[in-house]
Design a binder for this molecule. Sequence first.
Ligand code: GLA
Length: 418
Amino acid sequence: MTAATAARTLFTALTGREPEGIWSAPGRVNLIGEHTDYNEGFVLPFAIPHRTYAAVAFNGTDAIRVASTFAEEPVEVELSALNTLFPAKAQGSDGQEPAEGPAVPEWSAYVLGVAWALRALQPGDANPGPSAGSGTQVSSGTQSRGVDIAIASDVPVGAGLSSSAAIEGATATALNELWGLGLDAVTLARAGRRAENEAVGAPTGIMDQMASMLGRADAATFLDCRTLETRSIPTGFTAAGLEVLVIDTQVKHAHSTGGYRERRDACERGAALLGIRSLRDAGVADLPRAAELMDEVTLRRVRHVITENQRVLDTVAVLGEQGPRAIGDLLVASHASMRDDFEISVPELDAAVDAALAHGAIGARMTGGGFGGAAIALVEHDAVGWVSDAVRAAFADAGFGAPHIFTVAPSEGPRRDA
Ligand code: GLA
């Protein structure tokens, strides 16, 4: 059964009715630019063919009811109670204070959090940027109608492929249409990020939501995380006969705890010591000064972010000037920086990257937040089987569990499927 059919079937089982529509949004891989988003830097992700589907209809009540194929029980909350569930932070949608953790099951907080964030939007909150389209306005009143939502997904969970951004994107796109909000993609992405930060309590940046909401076939999204300006960058993978292999190590990670938050804190500490608003405002030329101002660990965290921002800019330039075959070294340097300076890789990710490179990959790196999840490898179309076998053999030799390996092509963003 496809995930779209699973969403419809679950909806019907839950309500005894047909949904009014099915909306979906994709997961993503990040081609390059890791842990730069919350430092107001640059990223270059693309949406993947794996998607999350939301089957939705009004339910004639003032409550929102959510079910998922991942969960046993649906969750029901009065729309008016969402504010008590996820109290708004004083500093607003870019606030960095983590929530205490949801009083509802975590999976449902992605969906309910988006409903909450959309209802909390005020006129003037909609993205005023160039991609907003003309006349984007938050309308009022329509967000008061209750809905039933059934979620199903074929985005692997916990693999660093932004299954959460896909849930947020599908929910936001469905509610935007049903509630008649008329919001642009960037405003919906910001609502998704707010759900993640404040409803779920994961202190993440905005890359994943933007990558999902702005996905385009055959193109990556270059995003300036300070201004939220985007540029669609043709990857040229297909024309060059290249494939992107995803190697899901099956080592699960969660960004609402632990290492991700620590890395974020280190970046903020480094920026404060440099006397700048964020690491976006520092360049490679600032590294000698940084070395005098901070301890060795903080310096390495800072060095990763500064050099990674430069690698994103270089990748965009190289893709345009020389094509995708020429970006391999940048991918490899990015992985080394995450492994050695940012220290967010794990042995399985290193093994995946090393084995892919040793067997002819043009470039390879871990993708996403780290501490598990997936690596990507850029490989010749004809070498997919060979490289995949080599990675599987390396995992077996090292005594690791078998990885899940598949190819992804840059794909389109949210859509209405039915
Ligand atoms: C996770 C977060 C993103 C980003 C990446 C690291 O995917 O959700 O916001 O910080 O990690 O680049």
